[in-house]
Ligand binder design. Structure first.
Ligand SMILES: *Cc1c(COP(=O)(O)O)cnc(C)c1O
Length: 381
């Protein structure tokens, strides 16, 4: 079945007890047993819950995975994944990862003796092998990256990692499985913050891991119940509901982002636009090869940090807020907001960077609102 059909039906047969077409929110912690050990597959909701099971089956199918494991947040998924490793082992990660991942690795795991090496996206694609050794267990990719929208060649990185015996995880939050399926390109594990496009309505925090490797999957299910970072049934249900419209939403996110990127690219007060869909973007060719379209995130460099900070407060439709991937358009200043925790890292985000999460409003309204904010800044100078 095609993607759109699976997004609506996979794991979501009508409820066997009532015929309810929508998967119920099984708001229960425990399940009655007929006799000791005689139950319907559910004993305790940290271990398994039917609403979560439906979500896990649906998202796994969309990523082309045999196994899916849901979590309370993207970071709960990430920390559970890092528990595949032990202190003394190495993770090689793309250097402009999501700020919260950088904070976790550098301030939680590094002090415990885990080792990290940070590699620019271009090197990840071209000469990853030089950064790997026998202690490297995991290669951590994000593509496109947050916030710089750098692109990593997943197939090339996976070949280098596998030759060195390392697993490859791809944080697919920005692209979503509608635009990019890393497992088909050789990755071993896909990670999501379902808070973003998969939920899609800025009303839930969640995370997800998918894999085709049965040994990794078994360990992840064990860690899910043993560490306990699970989503509640209502949160699982919200993501499941969001995913039903993922395909139509992503098509419109991409269309709107293209219109906004082209407008900004032609604007005299914009220094540079970072959008993989522009032919001038260094990752354009790889993105065109491994993604179905270029996504809904657009970044640009304003003339100065003051200009960036002023601009993000002047838009009206674009709300000044962290997070991304919802139906509403958001604007933010990464250096002082989402990525403040990377401020002293060697790859700190540019101080004049503005990040846009392009929503589903009318593209004409979105462009007009940006235009007005840019013009007001010109008038103020
Ligand atoms: C938001 C985000 C995360 C973290 O997810 P939470 O749900 O906020 O814990 C990880 N990676 C990327 C790319 C993100 O955008």
């Amino acid at each position: 079945m095609d993607f759109e059909t699976r997004a609506i039906h996979e794991g979501q047969e009508p409820d066997p007890a009532t015929g309810a077409v929508t998967v119920p929110i099984y708001q229960t912690s425990t399940y009655a047993q007929e006799a000791v050990g005689d139950h319907k597959g559910y004993e305790y909701s940290r271990v398994a819950n039917p609403t979560r099971t439906a979500l896990q089956r649906c998202l796994a199918s969309l990523e082309g995975a045999d196994h899916g494991v849901a979590f309370a947040s993207g970071l709960a998924a990430a920390t559970t994944l890092v528990h595949l490793l032990s202190p003394g082992e190495r993770i090689v990660a793309v250097n402009d990862v999501y700020g919260g991942i950088y904070r976790m690795f550098s301030q939680v795991y590094e002090p415990k003796g885990y080792e990290f090496e940070w590699v620019p996206a271009a090197d990840m694609s071209a000469n990853l092998a030089e950064h790997l050794d026998e202690r490297t267990r995991l290669v951590w990719l994000e593509t496109p990256t947050n916030p710089l929208l750098n692109v990593v060649d997943i197939r090339a990185a996976a070949e280098a990692a596998h030759a060195a015996g390392a697993l490859v995880v791809v944080d697919n939050t920005f692209a979503t499985p509608y635009l990019q399926r890393p497992l088909e390109l050789g990755a071993d594990v896909v990670l999501h913050s379902t808070t973003k496009y998969l939920g899609g309505h800025s009303d839930v925090i969640g995370g997800f891991l998918a894999t085709n490797d049965p040994t990794v999957a078994e360990r992840l299910f064990f860690l899910q119940k043993s560490l306990g970072g699970i989503p509640g049934p209502f949160d699982a249900w919200l993501v499941l509901r969001g995913v039903k419209t993922l395909a139509v939403r992503m098509r419109r996110h991409c269309e709107n982002a293209r219109a906004v990127a082209e407008f900004l690219d032609a604007h005299p007060r914009v220094e540079r636009v970072l959008y993989p869909g522009l032919a001038s973007h260094p990752g354009h060719d790889v993105a065109a090869r491994q993604m179905a379209d270029f996504g809904g995130m657009v970044c640009f460099l304003a003339e100065s940090e003051e200009e960036a900070v002023g601009l993000v407060a002047r838009t009206k439709i674009w709300k000044l807020a962290e997070s991304l991937g919802g139906v509403e358009s958001l604007i933010e200043h990464p250096a002082r907001m989402t990525h403040a925790s990377t401020a002293d890292a060697p790859f700190a985000t540019p101080r004049n960077l503005v990040r846009l999460s392009v929503g589903l409003e009318s593209p004409d309204d979105l462009v007009a609102d940006l235009e007005a904010a840019l013009v007001r800044s010109a008038a103020a100078v």
